[in-house]
Design a protein around this ligand. Sequence first.
Ligand SMILES: [Zn+2]
Length: 312
Amino acid sequence: MSDTFSAAHFRDDSAAREYLERLRWPDGTVCPHCGVIGHSYKTPTPGRYRCAEKQCRKDFTVTVNTPMERSHIALHKWLQAFHLMCSSKKGVSAHQLHRTLGITYRSAWFMAHRIRECMRTGGLAPLGGEGKIVEADETYHGKVEKPRPRHKYATPYTKGGRSGPANKRPIVALVERGGNVRTFHVPVADQASVMKIVYENVARETTLHTDESRLYTYATDFVAGHETVKHSAGEYVRGDVHTNTVEGYFSIFKRGMRGIYQHCGEKHLHRYLAEYDFRYNHRAALGFNDGERAALAIKSADGKRLTYRNAH
Ligand SMILES: [Zn+2]
């Protein structure tokens, strides 16, 4: 631990601010009010700049519009938290952040959610493509807190012939083989919602690999090919057809959630999923190290202000 955090930006607030400025403003200061780059001057207040544009003239710091803005937690502690959450495969509990950073549990809990929000990505290109394989599967986590929507004609979903876990939260995951994962927390895992996810997130030229679940019966309406393995008949791999990648992802998620985040509220589940997705999509096998992963999360902090109200 002491080795990991020996760099000045992990130990000193003003070094942390300079580190953030280098990271977020590689081409000079960016005024968050008018967007002008590299046209500002320093004010007597450390870390505060004033826009030099005639029409603007407003003050700003490097943390404006990020979760660090107006935070009472020192910036070097934020950087430690980003690093911890981006480097441990299974995640870091709010209790551990509370102890490691010497901040209150409540602050640590909120901080972790804001960092998770930074890891959340939107508007992404579709997974897969010509000659590529995307594996799809579902899993269930925890208990549903709210009553599930009733579908008049829907029969209870079953997995592998066993009766469906009616009180658990369905999670659908898509993993491109050798590439990225994308997960979805859905109210019910039925054909309509699963096919909508496939349609919106998988390139049409892709071959989809799944188990024999009837959720994917009409998959070829949306993708070029569909291969299945029959888990109920003991078949797990047939040539290159399998769902081992997506199942491996679920096992990391489940071990982490069980060991670290035992009490995850349903309304926060999408943020935990974003956290696991982020680490997986920037994993070492794809050429990312711990520092790069943390830097990417920090760089996407713009506009992720997440107030206390919408974190609860
Ligand atoms: Zn400006």
